[in-house]
Write a protein that binds this ligand. Structure first.
Ligand SMILES: [Zn+2]
Length: 73
């Protein structure tokens, strides 16, 4: 696997959508390549941050309840 391949698959790797064979290749590449390893940690941190952000926003039930109240019951 080249750095280009690793970057290409980075997003799918983080979201767990890669086939196990490619995951193994990715893992091997991160072991060998510090640049891609750092990039991976950075991308994963960002993905986790976005996940937290999504969880901290109001659930859809609350949105519909609020719009019902605003519409006068
Ligand atoms: Zn690399």
């Amino acid at each position: 696997m080249t750095c280009e391949d690793a970057h290409l698959h980075m997003h799918d790797y983080i979201s767990g959508e890669l086939s196990p064979e490619i995951c193994d290749d990715m893992f091997d590449h991160f072991e060998a390549c510090e640049y891609c390893r750092n990039h991976f940690h950075e991308a994963r941190r960002m993905a986790a941050g976005i996940g937290n952000l999504m969880q901290s926003t109001a659930p859809p039930e609350l949105h519909s309840a609020v719009s019902r109240i605003l519409a006068g019951g």
